[in-house]
Design a protein around this ligand. Structure first.
Ligand SMILES: [Zn+2]
Length: 131
């Protein structure tokens, strides 16, 4: 069950990641992920996962002015372009602005061109690192 949930969480983040900057209602997310096969999360699952993702700061919740519906999008402050993803549980953590800037600096020193995309570091989170 826990693994199943992790898969859906990852799919959800991938979906939002490929549409970064766009906001979606839960219904739009469910519709957009319909093509993901049998693992595609149900509406109630998306609601639950979104609540978690908003709580840990991965996703930002806004209210659409016209429809008055909650809309969600990936949190990506323009100066906070580095995130860490746990390779075990899939949790995503934001790196604070100053560290992000330093990481980007190091990366470009190694010859990479800094892009507008998020830099993702694959890590083991504290929880998973202990087990
Ligand atoms: Zn973890």
């Amino acid at each position: 069950m826990a693994v199943y949930k992790t898969v859906q969480r990852k799919m959800l983040l991938e979906f939002l990641g490929t549409h970064a900057g766009q906001s979606f209602t839960v219904r739009q997310i469910v519709a957009g992920m319909n093509g993901c096969g049998e693992n595609a999360p149900s509406e109630s699952t998306v609601y639950r996962l979104m609540r978690e993702l908003v709580d840990d700061g991965t996703v930002r919740k806004d209210v659409d002015v016209e429809s008055r519906e909650n809309v969600y999008r990936l949190e990506c402050g323009s100066d906070a372009g580095v995130s860490m993803r746990c390779k075990i549980c899939g949790s995503v953590y934001n790196v604070d602005g100053e560290s992000s800037r330093r990481i980007k600096e190091e990366v470009s020193r190694c010859g990479a061109v800094p892009s507008d995309d998020n830099i993702e570091l694959i890590i083991k989170c504290r929880k998973c690192g202990k087990s």
